[in-house]
Ligand binder design. Structure first.
Ligand SMILES: [Zn+2]
Length: 314
């Protein structure tokens, strides 16, 4: 049974020698399968805890990308824990990407990016730290593996025990990720987020992130560090605005959702060409998120009017 919400991308078959052809095929090919509600008929189903939108669940405004809250909770003070899987992350190359990714996690949770999510009740977050799980590079990782890795990391004491922690497992280069619905990172799956019931019966939140490179995961711009941070921004934003999607715990409701497009991060993938779904915040590549308030895909909220000449702090 699915406990996850996926970010996936149906990549076009193309020759890597021909850049024009790559760009053209990205424009013309349906690009996304949407988390929990995608174009593949096999996956065309709603989250297990889906309920219809009502006027009392945050339905302000209209429009095809409008998100409504279905009664679920959000993360008011999210905490990011990074779990790097495999010995690769102890190599010089791996350490470089991991330290940059940790710096990104620390920065983004305090950045203007969180201002886009504030309208959904999400507060600024924090970075609790990271750990490397030693292992030879696994060929494949399943959702059940991800849950086991998180459980072991928590048991080892390396993870924050904060109930709003998002335990984020980052895979090494070449490792193929699959989800419970049979999608694989070799088919364009970039990552997912989900939860399981912890020993106290409360949800433990996690995300799985593919090292997007070439035909594994989503290779946005040829830079794996960008592929990782963009997918993380997608999954963290969704875990923050809709932590309990498909929750195995009775009574846990769906959060912010759009019946046609899915969760907050899924909408840009539906609406924009792949090369336009991301931008930079403080030098880091992040995905644009849908703002009900501004009716736009954003990496920061719109400024409140052009007449605002208030103090500017650098
Ligand atoms: Zn998603």
């Amino acid at each position: 049974m699915s406990r996850v919400s996926r970010l996936s991308h149906v990549s076009a078959t193309h020759s890597t020698e021909d850049l024009d052809e790559v760009q053209e095929s990205k424009e013309l090919t349906p690009r996304t399968t949407r988390d929990g509600f995608d174009r593949d008929p096999d996956d065309d189903k709603r989250p297990s805890n889906w309920t219809p939108s009502t006027a009392s669940t945050g339905a302000t405004g209209t429009g095809q990308y409008q998100l409504t809250n279905r009664g679920g909770s959000v993360l008011s003070k999210p905490v990011i824990n990074n779990i790097y899987l495999g010995d690769y992350w102890n190599t010089t190359a791996g350490k470089t990407v991991a330290s940059q990714n940790d710096a990104y996690a620390k920065d983004i949770e305090q950045s203007s990016y969180m201002g886009v999510l504030a309208q959904y009740g999400v507060g600024k977050g924090s970075f609790a730290g990271s750990t490397v799980v030693p292992a030879a590079t696994p060929a494949k990782i399943t959702e059940s593996d991800i849950q086991s890795i998180v459980k072991k990391a928590i048991a080892s004491g390396t993870q924050s025990s904060d109930p709003q922690a998002i335990h984020t497992v980052i895979l090494p280069p070449g490792t193929v990720l699959s989800d419970s619905d049979g999608d694989s990172s070799t088919d364009g799956l970039g990552g997912y987020h989900g939860s399981y019931a912890g020993p106290d019966g409360q949800p433990v939140y996690y995300a799985a992130i593919v090292y997007g490179q070439g035909k594994n995961g989503i290779d946005f711009d040829g830079k794996p560090s960008d592929a990782i941070s963009i997918v993380e921004s997608h999954e963290w934003s969704e875990a923050e605005t809709d932590p309990d999607v498909n929750s195995p715990i009775k009574g846990k409701k769906l959060g912010w959702y759009n019946d046609a497009n899915g969760e907050v991060g899924d909408e840009a993938l539906d609406a924009l060409p792949l090369k336009s779904v991301y931008g930079k915040v403080d030098g880091f590549a992040v995905q644009k998120e849908w703002s009900n308030k501004d009716q736009a895909f954003e990496t920061a909220p719109k400024k409140a009017g052009k007449t605002n000449k208030g103090p500017i702090f650098g």
